[in-house]
Design a protein. Structure first.
Length: 248
């Protein structure tokens, strides 16, 4: 951690369908039950922030806040959020607003980055893929978070990117059998392109994979992934992580 001081962390995982939160200690152990609520239908900043405040109002005290967010984050600012109210989130400083509202320091990263910090072994090149409302990815080298790449928006077919090819809407339209065929193709592509040492699959749809996975691929749960909220504070600010302090 940034210091050896024992601290508690409010960990918030914002998803396209649910917002999850818990309080963690330095070791990523839950000090309060893992709870979730539906993401507001109109998922603009005002409604999402209000939902977070409602979710955590009975939570125990915490020292710092960690947020995983389903979009592209740069310097702690939301650049895009394609699976929420897209236009309302463009260049929105969620870190600053949450720090001001809850009066605690905030760190904000993409949700795949966030979850990966909890589950990786910190050895070699590791990749995380989240399968939920959309498609998310994160990369780590020897435990260090690499700059986020929005691989979800790479084209797969003529008019489809990975979000639309393998996300929730595709699963609903295609059915489980066809979705698994497509998912197998996706994993083969990333195995060839990234050549990772280990791959972790997370998100609500990961458990719907029905084919045999390679030995260096593991399915992890959202409950495991939210523990990344503690490990997000393990280093000083750098290119990938920025701290926002509450305004006086």
């Amino acid at each position: 951690m940034e210091s050896n001081k024992k601290e508690n962390f409010l960990a918030i995982d914002i998803g396209g369908s649910h917002i999850k939160a818990t309080v963690l200690n330095n070791d990523g152990e839950m000090l309060f039950p893992y709870n979730k609520i539906p993401t507001p239908t109109l998922a603009n900043p005002e409604n999402v922030i209000q939902a977070i405040k409602e979710l955590i109002k009975t939570y125990p005290p915490f020292d710092k806040i960690s947020i995983g967010f389903p979009g592209y984050i740069k310097d702690g600012i939301v650049i895009t959020a394609p699976n929420l109210d897209k236009q309302a989130w463009e260049n929105y400083n969620l870190s600053e607003v949450i720090a001001s509202e809850l009066k605690k320091p905030v760190r904000l990263v993409n949700d795949a980055d966030f979850q990966g910090l909890a589950v990786i072994s910190r050895k070699g090149l590791e990749m995380v893929i989240t399968l939920g409302t959309g498609f998310g990815t994160a990369l780590f080298i020897d435990g260090k978070l690499l700059p986020h790449l929005e691989l979800a928006h790479l084209p797969v077919r003529k008019s489809k990117d990975y979000d639309s090819f393998i996300g929730d809407k595709a699963l609903e339209k295609d059915g489980l059998e066809k979705w698994n065929v497509k998912m197998k193709e996706v994993l083969h592509t990333f195995k060839t392109v990234i050549n990772y040492d280990f791959l972790y699959l997370s998100g609500g749809n990961a458990k719907k994979i029905s084919f045999k996975l390679d030995d260096n691929i593991k399915i992890v749960s959202n409950r495991d992934g939210i523990k990344g909220g503690a490990f997000l504070w393990a280093t000083e600010d750098d290119y990938c992580v920025k701290t926002f302090q509450p305004t006086p």
